[in-house]
Write a protein that binds this ligand. Structure first.
Ligand SMILES: [Zn+2]
Length: 162
């Protein structure tokens, strides 16, 4: 931007770099390749038009996008940066799928372990009660023995009579 040395754009286009040159803030003469590749892919006048349509605070981001896209377009003339984007999107969806599978496996393992290794103390308590009910001695299992006298008074009477 220093008065005497033209920016990379004006140097390449062989024109005088004015103080209101739209390229000067983004294409320093120290990095001539940056403008050369953008010019090759998009054309200097198109880049100039794009920058003029943008508010100044967005121009630097636009330039770095154009440089990125131009480099990608040279590497991959068919897809440009879309190739890289779809590759990365594909990777993201594959990883999300792997994550979902891993989370499902964790859930399965947790459900298998729950009856023997509860982590919550409240669960442990209810589990204790539950397992005690299930492991009642056979003689206390009223439902299965029909000849048990359930009324204690009746039971005493029947004992007295025998
Ligand atoms: Zn210039």
């Amino acid at each position: 931007m220093g008065g005497s040395s033209p920016c990379a754009s004006c140097k390449l286009l062989r024109r005088r770099c004015t103080k209101d040159c739209i390229f000067a803030p983004y294409f320093s003469s120290h990095d001539p390749h940056k403008f050369a590749i953008v010019h090759k892919v998009f054309g200097a006048s198109n880049v100039s038009k794009m920058l003029q349509e943008l508010p100044i605070h967005q121009r630097a981001d636009a330039v770095s996008s154009l440089v990125y896209e131009a480099n990608a377009r040279v590497r991959d003339p068919v897809y440009g940066c879309v190739g890289a984007i779809s590759y990365l999107q594909n990777q993201v969806s594959q990883l999300q799928m792997q994550l979902a599978v891993a989370q499902a496996e964790i859930l399965c393992i947790q459900m298998q372990q729950e009856p023997t290794l509860p982590t919550d103390p409240d669960d442990q308590k209810s589990l204790f009660l539950h397992s005690n009910l299930n492991n009642l001695p056979q003689y206390l299992n009223f439902a299965s023995s029909s000849n048990v006298i359930q009324d204690p008074l009746k039971r005493i009477i029947s004992l007295d009579m025998s």
